[in-house]
Design a protein around this ligand. Structure first.
Ligand code: SAM
Length: 435
């Protein structure tokens, strides 16, 4: 029997009030802050799956921007929250504060948050708190928001970074995290021609930078495989390895394959190894789209025994603290507890890789970390453990000579500020002695 329509459906009514995306953003924020979920997790995609595409984008943007501004949001809320409310209530207030601070009409935000809080048995008791707190923020509006301290990293990461790079550099990194990341592409063939075709900017290292707002799959040349998405810093390790046509190169920890594609495009015979089957599926898709070739193997680096390689690229698993511009959830979801295990794994991977090189072969070790323990210290201690191994200074004309250290190349998000920044990365090239 057809249902009689007496008014807008729940979905239509919700769309008008923006409740659906806000409810999903609230769930995302709860999972990141209380369960340590990353927004790149498949569970995060499931939490927005019932929304139409624009609602999904809005939910993700709300959650991401709240996380990017978390300390600022909390600072604005703090004087109004003398008795700490439960984490879920704090999270919905954070979302409301972000929206008001960024100029959304105060009454609409207050009504929406109060409506969301009213939906749950365990949250409905906080209606009047939500109403009072957000109304108070709404009276200050964006001017009150502008008076708050700029966002800063949580202490677990901020303290070691200040120790490593100093306070001014860390404030620069935090400014870069707040600004977010542009979209960088690596060209299969001619980067200058790609930059011209897309109206992008050709960066000094050969990456092409376009506006972060564009939909990559809709860009001309995407379907034909003329380029792939890769931050300018992430494109450096393969340039440091600089394979010659026909060289046998092993890409360890290869998926989803940005560096494999670069090296295959340079004419190397690439073998790509990774532990993760889903990530290797993405690598195969990338190869198919670009028409590039590589031998793809699933397995653990520490079990891989085939030797005699001209060159090995080891893009080791790490804290990924260099990618916070694009992943502001990371410092919130994580607390640094996993880093000592990662440092140990990186060292074991280096020790496993060195014997797989032919005499005179080269190993490029890279991590997208801001922590010297996952970069400079790994290079230094590798030399101690492997007598005869030397560090080579790569010839990369596009990079500021100040980024080169004795131990390798150090890139940070506060570098290239006038060009729009780049991810944090450490890259070093180690040469094995001739037999
Ligand atoms: C930084 S990502 C690699 C990014 C990749 N090189 C690229 O350019 O697209 C690290 C990779 O290490 C892989 N990984 C982690 N532990 C591994 C192991 N023990 N053996 C092989 N791969 C591993 C992960 O699955 C992940 O894909």
């Amino acid at each position: 029997m057809a249902r009689e329509r007496t008014g807008p459906s729940k979905d239509e009514g919700e769309d008008r009030a923006g409740l659906g995306p806000r409810r999903a953003a609230w769930r995302l924020l709860n999972a990141v802050t209380t369960e340590g979920m990353l927004l790149s997790d498949a569970r995060a995609a499931a939490m927005v799956a019932n929304l139409p595409p624009e609602g999904r984008a809005r939910a993700q943007r709300l959650a991401t921007e709240t996380l990017r501004n978390l300390s600022r949001v909390d600072g604005w809320l703090a004087p109004r929250l003398r008795k700490g409310p439960p984490p879920t209530i704090r999270n919905v207030l954070r979302l409301g504060a972000l929206e008001i601070g960024q100029g959304e009409a105060g009454h609409g935000v207050v009504n929406a948050v109060v409506a969301l809080v009213s939906e749950g048995k365990r949250t409905e008791g906080f209606r009047s708190l939500a109403n009072a707190v957000l109304r108070s923020l709404a009276t200050e509006g964006p001017e009150g928001w502008a008076r708050q301290e700029p966002p800063h990293l949580p202490d677990w990461l901020r303290s070691p970074l200040i120790e490593a790079w100093g306070g001014a550099a860390v404030r620069g990194m935090e400014a870069a995290h707040l600004a977010g990341a542009p979209l960088d592409l690596s060209a299969k063939e001619d980067p200058a021609a790609l930059a011209q075709a897309l109206g992008g900017r050709l960066l000094p290292t050969g990456s092409v930078r376009v506006n972060a707002g564009v939909q990559v799959t809709a860009l001309p040349g995407y379907q034909e495989g003329a380029f792939w998405v890769q931050d300018a810093a992430a494109a450096i390790p393969a340039q440091v390895l600089a394979p010659r046509p026909g060289e046998r190169v092993l890409d360890l920890c290869a998926a989803p394959g940005g560096k494999t594609l670069q090296m295959a495009a340079m004419g190397a015979e690439v073998t790509s190894l990774d532990l993760s089957a889903p990530r290797l599926d993405r690598l195969r898709d990338n190869l198919a789209r670009t028409g590039l070739r590589a031998r793809v193997l699933q397995g653990d680096v520490l079990d891989f025994a085939e030797g005699g390689w001209d060159a090995i690229l080891l893009d080791a698993p790490c804290s990924a603290t260099g990618t916070i511009r694009r992943h502001p959830d990371l410092p919130v979801a994580r607390d640094g507890a996993e880093i000592s295990g990662l440092i140990e794994l990186q060292a074991r991977m280096i020790d496993h890789a060195v014997p797989l090189l032919r005499p005179g072969g080269r190993l490029v070790f890279a991590t997208c970390s801001l922590l010297p323990d996952e970069g400079e210290v790994q290079a230094e201690t590798a030399l101690e453990r492997h007598p005869g191994l030397v560090i080579e200074r790569p010839d990369l004309p596009g990079l500021d000579p100040a980024l080169h250290t004795e131990l390798g190349l150090r890139m940070r998000p506060d570098h290239w500020a006038d060009l729009g920044g780049l991810d944090g990365f450490f890259v070093t090239r180690l040469r094995k002695p001739d037999a």
